[in-house]
Structures are given as structure tokens and as C-alpha cells.
Design a protein around this ligand. Sequence first.
Ligand code: NAD
Ligand code: UDP
Length: 339
Amino acid sequence: MRSIPTEGYSGAAFASPQQRSKTVLVNGGAGFLGSHLCERLLELGHQVICLDNFYTGRHVNIEHLLQNARFRLLEHDVRQPYDVEASVIFNFASPASPPDYQRDPVGTLLTNVLGAVNTLDAARRSGATVVQSSTSEVYGDPHENPQRETYFGNVNPIGPRGCYDEGKRSAETLFFDYHRKYAVDIKVGRIFNTYGPRMRLDDGRVVSNFIVQALSNADITIYGDGRQTRSFCYVDDLVGGFLRFAEAGEDCVGPINLGNPTEITVRDLAEIVLDLTNSRSRIIYLPAVADDPQQRRPDISRAREELNWWPTTELKTGLKRTISYFDALLARKEVVEAV
Ligand code: NAD
Ligand code: UDP
């Protein structure tokens, strides 16, 4: 079993700046959300271990953190057992974009199931609090809108999204069984579509696709009729919600929806992106993808009540920041390709 040496755990309260630092493990820390989380944890004074196998994560996301003496990178696959002495573990290791998880469906399911088992075992041995990044996909193509945590969902277990959806659902089951059976201190957060800087140019999700297409004056690709809805949360808000959750009391286990309840159609999102980028792109309609959820909006009453958390970044504000990020990235790419 892989053993991860650590130092500096104090047992102090989590995200409170006046407290001493904790050792925090972030699985999937080189990915989009994980790298933002690592950054915030370092800013709060904690020791951070970033564990990643770089399936979709990138060194460039964490390069700037490597100079920090409180940051360590560990290349490891959560499908393999490991041991760690951390006081908190965030389990964010899993591909998240449909093209990414559908490229290796078996690997995705196993990352979620074995990754949960190995992480819960590590937490059980070390006494760590373990925070799971679950997803709105556990609700599948929902018959209830907005989705409350009490809704059991409508997932097709044998469809092309099943590897991810059922992997995440099984992981939730494992989390709650380890909690009931072995008293592991768990927290399960269900993330709704989150966007922001450090999404990959080619990760295939709607926000990155539309922005990159618009900035390149390429066709904006809407799958289906564009009337399906999503509710987009800016990354900083989401990370703030997870930090609140991690420092909540032991009784606060979730599941808790974390997302922005402002719901819009995919077609409206395309229009907003076109407008904010002054793009000459035209919108084209491609065939709908299989089992695409038609509506998605979080009910965040539980997050408000139990964590005193809600997102504050308006969609247009978050999109402008994300557009600036992709604009700079595309400019650098052009320079690199030109030399
Ligand atoms: P991402 O693909 O950018 O990050 C995932 C990270 O996990 C990557 O760094 C990847 O290399 C790593 N990883 C994948 N398989 C691994 C394995 N077997 N062992 C170790 N590391 C592994 O995606 P993201 O958007 O940052 O998502 C992070 C987490 O949040 C995921 O668990 C995802 O399911 C969840 N989530 C994200 C969203 C969202 O909108 N971004 C929505 C719902 C849930
Ligand atoms: N989508 C789209 N064009 C794209 C990428 C995605 O119309 O280029 C749609 C997709 O079919 C879905 C929504 O946008 O209805 C959100 O897709 P994404 O992959 O970002 O996230 P998820 O489906 O996991 O919510």
C-alpha cells in the first residue's frame, strides 16, 4: 500500500485563518476544481498534498503552487490503495466532462468506486474527515425541478452516462455505509455545473466549448434544440461552499447540493457568450446526445440552512472572467504555434 508521509497536523478547526494549519489531501488536485481548492487551502495556511494521476489534470494548473513549501504533489491513482495522515481529505479525483468520462467508461466507474473505497479506508485509518465531490448527475434526467437532495433521481444505468452517474451514486452509498458502519466522518456535496478559469480548451463541456468557439469565430455547437437547461456556478463560489462544508460539525454529512440556482437554457447561454465576446460565430444545431438531462437546477435550501452558504457571482460576471482566461490562453497558444 502506498504510504503518504505528512507533517503539521494540529487538529485545529478547518478554514478559520486564526487557527493552526492542517494537513489536507486533495485527490484530483491537478484538475480544474481541485487546483482552485489547493490554492485556497494554501492561502488559508494549510499543508496541502495534491494527489493526481493526470488523467485529465495538468501540471500547468499547479505549477505555481510547487514553490510553496506547504504544497506537495503525489502522483498516484486512487484506484490503488494508499495511506495518509491527513486531517481532511477532499476526494475530487474523477473525470467530470462527458467526453472525458466516456473515453474510458470502465476506468471512470472504477475510479469512483475503488477511489471511494481506498479513500474511505485511508480516512478510517487516519481518522480524517472525508469530503466527497458528488454530482447533480446522481439525479440523472430529473422528473423534479429544482432538484432537492431527497429526490432519488432518474438515471439510465446502462446508457453512456451510466459509468459516471452510477459510479458517483455507488460512491455516495459507500460513503454513507462507511459512516454508519465504521463511524467515518463524511461529507457528501453534490456539485452542479461549475465553470471558470482552468477549464481545458478541449474538455468538451458547454461553457468551455461555447467560449472557445466564440473567441475563434467558429460555429457554436448546440446539441439538440438548446431548450435543455443548466444552472452554472462560478468556481470560487463552489470552492467556498466546500470549505464551509468541510468545517461544519460531524452531524452535517449531507448530501448537500452545491451550485447556483439560476437556471438558463443552453440556447440562452450561447446568446450570452456571443454577446460578451462580440463574436461573429453562428449557432448550429447538432444531434442531441444520449440521455442528456433536460433540466437541472439545484434547490440549495439545505446549503443555506446548514452551511450558511450560497453563491454570489452573477453568471455574466463569471463568464467575463472565464472569457478573459480563455482569451489569454488562446493568444499564448497562437504565439507558441507561430514559433
Ligand atoms: P477535472 O477533470 O478537471 O479534474 C479531475 C481530476 O481528477 C483530474 O486532475 C484528473 O487527472 C484526476 N483523476 C481522474 N482519475 C483519477 C484517478 N484514478 N486517480 C487520481 N486522480 C484522478 O474535473 P473537475 O471539473 O475539476 O471535477 C472535479 C470533481 O468534481 C470530479 O470528481 C467531478 O466528478 C466533480 N464534479 C465536477 C463538476 C463540474 O461542473 N466541474 C460537476 C459535478 C461534479
Ligand atoms: N452542450 C451543447 N454543446 C456543447 C457542449 C454541451 O449543447 O458544445 C450541451 C449538452 O448537451 C448539455 C449541456 O450543454 O445539454 C451541458 O453539457 P456539459 O457537457 O457541459 O455538462 P453536463 O451535461 O454534464 O451537465
